[in-house]
Design a binder for this molecule. Sequence first.
Ligand code: PGA
Length: 254
Amino acid sequence: MRKKIIAANWKMNMTVSETAGFLEDFRLDIEDVNGVEIVIAPPFTALAKLSELLGGSQKIRLGAQNMYFEMSGAFTGEISPAMLRELFVRYVILGHSERRQIFGETDALINKKVHAALASELKPILCVGETLAERDAGKEKQVLETQLKGSLAGVTAEQMLDVVVAYEPVWAIGTGRNASPEQAQDAHAHVRAVLAALTNAETADKVRIQYGGSVKPANAAVILSQPDIDGALVGGAALEPRSFSEIVKAAVPQ
Ligand code: PGA
């Protein structure tokens, strides 16, 4: 079965010293947790420190929040896959709605990043999701399909097994307003159907699909109990060791 994956997306929060303090408390909280994959994606400035503190931990994996698709060169302000690999980063969040909306990232650009990540043995956490206007217009499934097809163009069935998809309805991110478990399950089943069309049913059945958008300890268990929801991508509630560890515990197999 699909092992649940709970990832912290710290966004533009957490200094190096705050990161160290978080990890100390978080590790104690999750000492007895097994059977869940945990990822922390701090800002770039805290990656080296977190990598050193984790020391190759099997329990907590390192993630990055973005990267560029070239390996090196004149790309001021960007970070390459090779730089992430050097720090033992395993996962990279790509196509987050904030990257799409604030920084103008397109499916074509995200597709280049997905290929660059896979070529460097980094596992993409590919984010997709509709805006409120798109949902109100009844277009959410169409939007998901366009984003998935564009971002995953040319990805083989074998490569797809290293991809995690995060369904994040934009209207639920940082708003305190989360999708109902039924709405989320419905979207996840659709994502899986699109993945099956892009590869095959057997592959799509193995790909993990996270839900993201105002996940917190109070709603994590019901969201994670849906058949096609294989984890969570957590923003605000992952900034506190206790609330993040409670979400992780809600994902432990029963
Ligand atoms: P949130 O963010 O949990 O604060 O809503 C989730 C995300 O943007 O990944």
